[in-house]
Design a binder for this molecule. Structure first.
Ligand SMILES: Nc1nc2c(ncn2[C@@H]2O[C@H](COP(=O)(O)OP(=O)(O)OP(=O)(O)O)[C@@H](O)[C@H]2O)c(=O)[nH]1
Ligand SMILES: [Mg+2]
Length: 488
């Protein structure tokens, strides 16, 4: 019963919020664009490049309203949500362009408002407000918890942790789990240890070598100001999926805290942020998964399916049926395509299309239009052909970041180097069937099939006419899909 009341209150809050937004958007057309992706996927760089391109008139031939000169001006304006940190655009631009460093990692949600003055094709002047919301993909992957009991979540988490390569990383936590009796009296110390070992296991899975994607609950790895709170101090137990926890037991304590996590973390995120989005781009570091190996690619696929499920949850609320369809376009974007030669860009898109295909087949239920693109928000490389013996290898030329190593050489950050990152297969199936390629999870860097160096952001040549545009790959195509129709 309690959960029904909670659900009812939640719906009421959602409806009130939606009414407020509706009234505002009626007088002032607004698109709320969610930008998400797992940690290090490229969110901050994407938003910075997008805003830079729109406000400074970037080279966006495929973004029709800009290419045809219908956008008169785009400028930043104060954001509407007082409790959300502002996206630190100016600082990120400075870091990228002047220092030629990538911006620092960001762990919280942030927001930026862009106002676009444009002319409709019939000549009328209009304004579109674009609110860009940057939030961690880990938070998104928490949404399915809303529909899961503690026992269900425990069962799924345990099953996943028994697959390779996770099972090796979970050894210490599994050993501790064996020593626990779920029916015994609640025990704070045992719970603390379980939560710590479970978190260590999640952290090990996320490591570059394994690059696993599916790691809920998201806040365990990015606790912020909730670090150490009971809502973040629980772990799965080996309990029957339809069982009931005895009062005062360890199990009951875990259930209480799991529910607290949903109340304190997941529901507010859903209500205040997710349910209010109109459009969504999901950034994916597919190259990171290639680097790691086939297991990481499968894990990524599962995470993408989970993400699409979230959009279905989003549609099922009273909000979507009463007011207006919310998220009606979703773009999955493989980032950092500049690490590959252009012949592989279409192949990268094909891999991504294959990875989301199962989920997209069910997409009718989301009611949203879905597309995929391989892009690079900031292009850090050029292409070159390097002769090796009689072979001519299509290579990538860039300035590796200080400390990167290849073939025994460590780069100082001031030297250009040509690398051959590896070719993606013409048929994406080859990457998905089992163990067809080797990555860092099973072999040393020198023997893996794909190896991507981190390059420094590009050097921009000033021609005296203001700040030069940042080079990119297909960023304009992403923009056309995400907001092109709203500028008609
Ligand atoms: N070459 C290249 N590297 C990129 C590009 N976008 C992102 N990167 C790399 O990916 C890293 C992560 O990018 P961010 O934009 O900070 O990713 P994020 O998703 O905001 O990461 P968190 O804030 O840690 O969640 C950067 O430090 C760069 O090394 C790109 O377009 N090209
Ligand atoms: Mg970031």
């Amino acid at each position: 019963m309690a959960s029904t009341l909670t659900d009812f209150l939640e719906e009421a809050r959602l409806s009130a919020r939606a009414l407020l937004d509706y009234g505002e958007h009626f007088f002032n057309p607004t698109v709320r664009l969610g930008v998400t992706g797992l940690s290090r996927a490229g969110k901050t760089v994407f938003i910075t490049a997008l805003v830079h391109g729109l406000t400074r008139g970037g080279r966006f031939p495929v973004f029709e309203p800009l290419a045809t000169g219908r956008i008169a001006r785009a400028h930043l304006a104060p954001q509407p949500d007082d409790a959300v940190p502002r996206f630190d655009y100016e600082n990120h631009v400075r870091t990228l362009i002047e220092e030629r460093r990538w911006p620092n990692s960001t762990v919280d949600i942030s927001e930026l408002r862009l106002v676009i003055d444009y002319q409709r094709p019939n000549g009328a002047d209009r304004t579109l407000t674009l609110d860009i919301i940057d939030y961690p993909g880990e938070w998104l992957l928490d949404l399915p918890l809303l529909n899961k009991s503690y026992e269900q979540w425990s069962r799924e988490s345990l099953a996943l942790s028994r697959e390779t390569p996770r099972v090796h990383l979970a050894a210490e936590w599994h050993a501790h789990l064996e020593s626990l009796n779920a029916q015994a009296r609640e025990d704070e110390q045992a719970t603390l240890t379980a939560a710590r070992l479970f978190t260590n296991y999640l952290r090990a899975c996320r490591d570059e070598r394994f690059a696993m994607s599916l790691l809920p609950p998201g806040r365990f790895l990015m606790p912020g100001n909730l670090a150490g709170s009971p809502a973040l101090t629980f772990a799965p137990l080996d309990v029957p999926i339809d069982g009931t926890a005895p009062e005062g037991s360890l199990w009951a304590m875990m259930v209480r805290r799991y529910e607290a996590y949903k109340d304190v973390v997941v529901r507010p995120f859903f209500r205040d942020h997710f349910a209010r989005l109109d459009r969504q781009i999901v950034l994916i570091d597919a190259l990171g998964a290639f680097n790691s190996g086939p297991e990481a690619l499968h894990d990524l696929q599962a995470a993408l399916a989970g993400i699409l499920d979230c959009f279905r949850i989003g549609r099922g609320t009273i909000l979507s049926s009463l007011f207006r369809p919310r998220i009606d376009r979703i773009l999955f974007a493989a980032t950092k395509a500049d690490h590959l030669h252009h012949v592989s860009h279409d192949r990268l898109e094909a891999v991504l299309r294959r990875a989301v295909s199962g989920a997209v087949a069910k997409a009718e239920q989301t009611g949203a239009e879905i597309d995929v693109v391989a892009l690079s928000a900031v292009r850090a490389t050029r292409e070159a052909v390097v002769a090796r013996g009689r072979d001519k290898l299509p290579s990538i030329l860039g300035m590796p970041a200080p400390g990167e190593t290849a073939n025994g050489e460590t780069f100082d950050g001031n030297t250009e180097a040509a690398t051959f990152p590896g070719d993606l297969p013409a048929d994406p199936e080859e990457l998905f069937n089992g163990t067809s390629f080797r990555g860092l999870s099973s072999t040393a860097a020198a023997d893996s099939d794909f190896r991507f160096l981190r390059f420094r952001p590009p050097l921009l040549e000033h021609d005296g006419a203001g700040e030069p545009a940042l080079p990119h790959i297909r960023l304009d195509r992403a923009l056309q899909f995400l907001i092109g129709d709203r500028l008609q």
